[in-house]
Design a protein around this ligand. Structure first.
Ligand code: RB5
Length: 140
């Protein structure tokens, strides 16, 4: 699996931790920046990750900003993207099982690193259930 990952400065540290985790699971990572804690604009990075997923360059994506809110809004502007901001493992599982979320959003300033890694693991491992949920996802 190939995962596109992007953040602004508020999510930079968390992005780096998630990258390490993905590599430890032998998952290929497409890092779209940012590359430091210097202030940048989250819409740029949310869009870049969303376009990588929508175009098929990566199978799924992970985005981080301070809260995960701005960058998830940006990602969801791109056609075909279902970006879910998750603050716990249950939300991560449900975003895959029911919503077939193709991008996970996390908050670098709102979610502890270990919790974010647990959320990431749950999100990577859960699959879409299809069935009645497919019809609803098709309506989006
Ligand atoms: C940047 O200061 C901050 O606004 C951003 O990381 C994010 O939290 C926006 O939703």
């Amino acid at each position: 699996m190939k995962i596109a990952i992007a953040s602004d400065h508020g999510g930079y540290q968390l992005k780096e931790e998630i990258k390490k985790y993905l590599v430890s699971r032998s998952i290929e990572v497409l890092d779209l920046g940012t590359d430091s804690e210097e202030s940048v604009d989250y819409p740029v990075y949310g869009k870049a990750c969303a376009e990588a997923v929508a175009s098929g360059q990566a199978e799924r994506g992970i985005v981080c900003c301070g809260t995960g809110i701005g960058i998830s809004i940006a990602a969801n502007k791109v056609d075909g993207i279902r970006c879910a901001l998750c603050t716990d493992v249950h939300m991560a599982e449900m975003s895959r099982k029911h919503n077939n979320a193709n991008i996970l959003a996390l908050g670098g300033r709102t979610t502890e690193t270990q919790a974010a890694l647990d959320i990431t693991a749950a999100w990577l491992d859960a699959g879409f259930e299809g069935g009645r949920h497919q019809k609803r996802v098709d309506m989006l």
